[in-house]
Write a protein that binds this ligand. Structure first.
Ligand code: CTP
Ligand code: CA
Length: 235
């Protein structure tokens, strides 16, 4: 059961979790977004709360039915855009011992948002100019104080040049966070299945080590990730 065990692995720790996917408005009725449901981030928040952590979830466009699966002890802040997610994370950072950045952040936003609903013009196509969003995770790494633990996420399919595991290791070094969860979405471990295959990596300077690898439901892998994070947090 989900009762916060006194003496759980995260007892006394404040955990910030981001979940879902950001949306960038194009005009008052349209947006650029992604397919993240927020189920993995919500499962992590649930597992962190069950381990005794004091959990703040920043949820980007997570459905009410998904949020309904959270225990009432979890504080929820709802956001829509990457700018709103960045602001909520910056505000919560000083009050967090651990930050788990599982939200799917839109890499781009429209250079300009139309004030009125865009209309078709003749039979022309449409070009929309995009600009890159700031990297929230990298920003949190830059502004962190003391021994705050920062956990990034990466969903990788791999490419002809590099497999998912190599890409994840490189991303961990590039981002400068402490831990990185690889969600292996290569062939055979595709979207739409009920299970996730994940590997948790830790960074120590320029060295990356594997903390654990596991496969299971989003709740099962979340429990393992939370246990791995707690073990790193407590040395
Ligand atoms: N992330 C972030 N801000 C962004 C983009 C990503 O905080 N603007 C975070 C995600 O929440 C995740 C981690 O960075 O924890 C990795 O995200 P990912 O999209 O895999 O990495 P990118 O650096 O955007 O690289 P790419 O999409 O090109 O693989
Ligand atoms: Ca990205």
């Amino acid at each position: 059961a989900a009762g916060a065990a006194p003496g759980g692995a995260l007892a006394g720790n404040r955990i910030l979790v981001t979940a879902g996917g950001t949306r960038e408005p194009l005009d008052p009725v349209r947006y650029l977004g992604n397919r993240s449901s927020g189920k993995q981030g919500t499962a992590l928040a649930r597992a962190a709360a069950a381990a005794g952590g004091s959990v703040h979830l920043v949820a980007a466009n997570v459905g009410a039915e998904v949020l309904a699966g959270l225990p009432p002890t979890v504080t929820v802040t709802e956001v829509e855009t990457t700018a709103e997610l960045a602001e909520a994370c910056a505000a919560a950072q000083p009050e967090s011992d651990v930050i788990i950045m599982s939200a799917a952040v839109s890499d781009y936003r429209a250079a300009e948002t139309a004030a009125h609903k865009m209309k078709k013009s003749g039979d022309e196509g449409l070009r929309i100019e995009l600009v890159q969003n700031p990297d929230i995770l990298a920003g949190l790494v830059r502004t962190r104080a003391g021994d705050q633990l920062i956990v990034g996420f990466a969903a990788e399919t791999g490419s002809p040049e590099a497999g998912p595991e190599q890409l994840a290791r490189e991303k961990l070094l590039r981002k400068g966070c402490d831990l990185l969860v690889l969600n292996d979405v290569s062939a055979g471990k595709a979207f739409g299945t009920d299970t996730n295959a994940i590997v948790l990596y830790a960074r120590d300077g320029d060295a990356v080590s594997e903390v654990l690898r596991t496969e299971g439901t989003k709740d099962e892998v979340s429990e393992k990730v939370v246990a791995g994070v707690a073990s790193v947090l407590h040395g």
